[in-house]
Design a protein around this ligand. Structure first.
Ligand SMILES: *Cc1c(COP(=O)(O)O)cnc(C)c1O
Length: 405
């Protein structure tokens, strides 16, 4: 999955370029920086690599979502439809701009179920936010057509899907805006960082200002910039951008290894007839960062997880159903709307309402799903060994449960 596994001289070199000038900030200091503009260069490289018109780097994926939501004009009273299976950052960003996260069910794509999205639309709905979880994509044709029909904004949380695509377009570049995270465990890392990608000039200009205290970046220097609106500081540093610049140039290398290792492990798991795999709307576009697989029942899945734990091979296998960070079931802080600062009573009530709905359709999917993270450093031998151990555990559990049934 992550680019940090293949840290190299390329990353060291770009960081050293910045350290040598000592200009660690992405804006200003035109003379002393001696032509080193890592953040600007990385933004250009993102546009070239992913095929979008504009890219605004920020300090994290969470900041990218917050910036994109603000730049898209989403705030008070607006409802944002998002999946019940995602990383907590997705709803954090929505709440931070004062909008209502409307969690809805996922299906066997592990992403938004289009019918659940349709059923959740109200007169307050402003945006649909698919999250391309675990390296692969939502059904974008279905979601785009819902957005067209209801005149809704489409914001892609592609933080986990760097390098994935849908029908020839890179994930994150299909909607009105899309975001990547470059945190330490993502496919490309900056250590910490994120980006807003968009083809809309207005969204880009707003993102550019919002992430830097509202600066319009049109003055002769920072002191002469105007502030057409209130922003925040979500800037990325040159040191972080330098790491990302090295990594993005290695993306093809990462993806080639990732897809190869993914296919090898998937082929081993596929020898078990009781296993099925996540439905991928466009197989060719799967970035391969995880193999996500299903067992026939929640009981079997739970027993397999317990047996993997007992045998010391659970690391890298994610049973999201029991996970604190990625699935609605354990988001008690959201269900109780526990914040440090007071939300408006209206928002608090709505947050709690939507977090406490019935997610049994998602439970039925997630309780049978295990996602195995794909490492870039595995050897062919290690994959065979890992696969064999997993198969042994699964077969053992399947035969024990059959006997007990
Ligand atoms: C990682 C991630 C984020 C947030 O990114 P950070 O850079 O860690 O803030 C948002 N959404 C999803 C789906 C993620 O996996």
């Amino acid at each position: 999955m992550p680019g940090f596994e293949l840290w190299s001289d390329a990353e060291r070199k770009h960081v050293t370029d910045v350290i040598e000038t000592g200009i660690l900030m992405r804006y200003g200091f035109d003379g002393p920086r001696k032509g080193i503009w890592k953040a600007k260069e990385l933004e250009q490289e993102i546009c070239n690599t992913f095929g979008c018109h504009h890219a605004q780097l920020v300090s994290s994926g969470t900041a990218a979502l917050t910036t994109a939501l603000s730049a898209l004009g989403i705030g008070y009273g607006d409802e944002v439809i998002m999946p019940a299976f995602t990383f907590v950052a997705s709803f954090e960003a929505v709440i931070s701009v004062g909008a209502v996260p409307v969690m809805v069910d996922v299906d066997d794509t592990l992403t938004l179920a289009p019918d659940a999205v349709k059923a959740a639309i109200t007169s307050k709905t402003k945006c649909i936010m698919p999250v391309h979880m675990c390296g692969s994509m939502a059904d974008m044709d279905a979601l785009q057509s819902i957005c067209r029909e209801h005149k809704l904004i489409l914001l892609e949380d592609a933080c986990q899907a760097i390098g994935g695509s849908y029908k020839g377009k890179m994930l994150g570049t299909i909607g009105d805006a899309g975001t990547f995270s470059f945190d330490f465990v993502k496919t490309i890392t900056c250590a910490e960082g994120g980006v807003v990608m968009t083809n809309r000039e207005d969204v880009f200009v707003s993102s550019d200002g919002y992430s830097d205290h509202g600066h319009d970046h049109t003055g002769v220097d920072r002191g002469a910039d105007l502030h057409p609106f209130i922003g925040y500081n979500f800037r990325i540093s040159e040191l972080h951008a330098a790491v990302g610049l090295a990594q993005i140039k290695r993306l093809d290398e990462f993806l080639t290894i990732q897809k190869k290792n993914n296919a090898a492990l998937k082929n081993i798991l596929a020898t078990i007839p009781e296993i099925s795999f996540r439905r991928v709307p466009d197989e060719a576009g799967d970035s391969g960062s995880f193999v996500s697989w299903f067992l026939p029942t929640a009981e079997i899945t739970n027993a397999v997880v317990e047996e993997m734990k007992a045998q010391g091979i659970l690391a890298g296998n994610f049973y999201w159903f029991n996970n604190n960070w990625h699935y609605i079931r354990k988001w008690d802080h959201l269900k109780n709307s526990i914040t440090l600062n007071a939300l408006s009573p209206e928002l608090k009530e709505k947050v709690m309402h939507h977090a406490n709905k019935d997610f049994s359709a998602s439970d039925a999917v997630m309780s049978r799903c295990i996602s195995t993270a794909i490492s870039l450093t595995w050897t062919d031998e290690q994959i065979k060994d890992k696969g064999a151990k997993m198969v042994a555990v699964i077969k053992k559990v399947l035969s024990e449960m059959a006997v007990n049934a």
